[in-house]
Write a protein that binds this ligand. Structure first.
Ligand code: ADP
Ligand code: MG
Length: 357
């Protein structure tokens, strides 16, 4: 028998999605094919400390026992401060980084793994970085004729101290209601729906707490639908899922706190619309040069028009998250999905080695 592949799962991290990441990692550890993989957990605390395998396992056991939901908030000394962790990563055959948001989904983790010459699941540095910055993502969508909401970008002084004339100009360009969001964000943190000219100043100030760059977008109406894309050279779209939030929009509370949003699979859209969304999802995946996985989110408008909201390069990956659920709908189990993602990671790594030899 050949040796098992050592699969390092890096999870946790410094984002609002820390707990989701912990749940995703537990799912992967439980469901990864034990005939093929030996799974090694590598936790990152809420303040950026990397934990040894033993420490990670201890804290995971506490999560398992219901004693805690996160894996700690120890202060971090940067990725190179943990020699034991570096040794663990060096011994890995492949890495599944399931750290959402900043320092995980934004290309920084991917850059670290590239420099370490380790294969890893998910998109590379550029795709991850562009997927995290909504201004850059919108520019790529525009260059590839992927339809999206009208938007303007505010930066620096326009965010910190917008003049009345600037606020008037936003209303004239975009209209109300509109969505105001930090360019670099996730989990709907800092996102506000502004209903009128009275709301816009506060909405910009709220988004400005998280980034010096803020997007103001025309509010889309209709159904919010999502498509999971899987693959490398020839990525395939999943059936669609639909978000039916009980709140005004799919905000942070609906996503993580009260769990009130219903995920409807398959989405209630006709076949033609579904095919159109799937086509745009694959186009968006390729436009950003994604690899492995990404979840692409859309609105289907009342007139059947389709608009892309965003690409998530490391979507939630708990066993009940939308991404795995959509593949389950297509007949791919959670466990099979992990194996396929690792296959794509190895394929991409082998290609890059040849290209740079
Ligand atoms: N232009 C828009 N029109 C309507 N709803 C929107 C718009 N932009 C965002 N939303 C709502 O806000 C949520 C979060 O916005 P999104 O751009 O996906 O940010 P995040 O990266 O934080 O998930 C979306 O899931 C959707 O419910
Ligand atoms: Mg989103």
């Amino acid at each position: 028998m050949t040796a098992k592949q050592r699969l390092a799962v890096i999870f946790g991290g410094r984002s609002a999605e820390h707990e989701v990441s912990v749940t995703s990692a537990r799912g992967v550890m439980r469901e990864a094919d034990t005939d093929r993989f030996e799974v090694i957990p590598v936790g990152i605390t809420k303040r950026g400390a990397w934990l040894s395998e033993d420490e990670t396992r201890e804290r995971l056991a506490q999560v398992e026992a219901g004693e805690r939901r996160d894996i700690g908030d120890d202060f971090g000394g940067g990725a190179f401060a943990y020699l034991e962790v570096l040794a663990t990563l060096r011994s890995a055959d492949v890495v599944f980084p399931i750290v959402h948001g900043t320092f995980g989904e934004d290309g920084t983790m991917q850059g670290l793994l590239e420099m370490a010459d380790l294969p890893y699941v998910g998109p590379g540095v550029a795709a991850s970085a562009v997927g995290m910055d909504k201004e850059l993502m919108r520019a790529v969508f525009a260059a590839h004729q992927i339809p999206q909401a009208a938007y303007v970008v505010l930066r620096d002084d326009e965010v910190a101290a917008p003049t009345e004339a600037q606020l008037d100009a936003i209303g004239a360009a975009i209209g109300y209601p509109c969505f105001v969001k930090p360019a670099n964000g996730g989990s709907s943190v800092g996102v506000t729906k502004a209903r009128s000219r009275e709301d816009i100043g506060d909405a910009i100030a709220e988004a400005g707490r998280f980034d010096r760059k803020v997007l103001v977008e025309a509010a889309l109406e209709g159904q919010e639908v999502e498509c999971a894309v899987l693959g490398h050279h020839d990525p395939k779209p999943s059936p669609l899922g639909e978000i039916a939030p009980s709140t005004e929009f799919y905000d942070y509370a609906a996503k993580y706190l009260d769990d009130t949003a219903a995920l409807i699979v398959p989405a209630r859209v006709d076949e033609k619309v579904a095919a159109l969304v799937q086509d745009y999802a694959v186009r968006a995946f390729k436009a950003l040069d994604c690899s492995g996985l990404s979840r692409v989110d859309f609105f289907v408008e009342p007139d059947g028009g389709v608009k892309c909201i965003e690409v998530n390069t490391l979507p939630g990956f708990t066993p009940i998250s939308m991404y795995p659920r959509l593949w389950q709908e297509a007949g791919v189990s959670y466990s099979q999905l992990i194996s396929r993602l690792v296959d794509f990671a190895l394929e991409r790594h082998a290609e890059r080695r040849v290209a740079h030899a």
